[in-house]
Design a binder for this molecule. Sequence first.
Ligand SMILES: [Zn+2]
Ligand SMILES: [Zn+2]
Length: 83
Amino acid sequence: MKCKHCDKLLKLSQYKQNDTWKSCPNCSRANGQMHVFYRYPDKFGTTAQRSSPSHPEGAQSYCTCCRSDKVADLSQAKTCDQI
Ligand SMILES: [Zn+2]
Ligand SMILES: [Zn+2]
């Protein structure tokens, strides 16, 4: 499924505004229309095990809510067209 705003796959993490916002693939899939973004890294966390050349700090893929099976905190979220 692709984002209606940027035409990229919802399951791919997107970064905006100098990596201060990142999309959560799980929340984006739940939205079904557009990428759902949260503040990065605050709402994701990092781990050295996920370190990569583009993001050496090691971004967690899913937001903290999705990783802990909590209901997504959509009051903190922005959709792709809002950033
Ligand atoms: Zn998008
Ligand atoms: Zn999420």
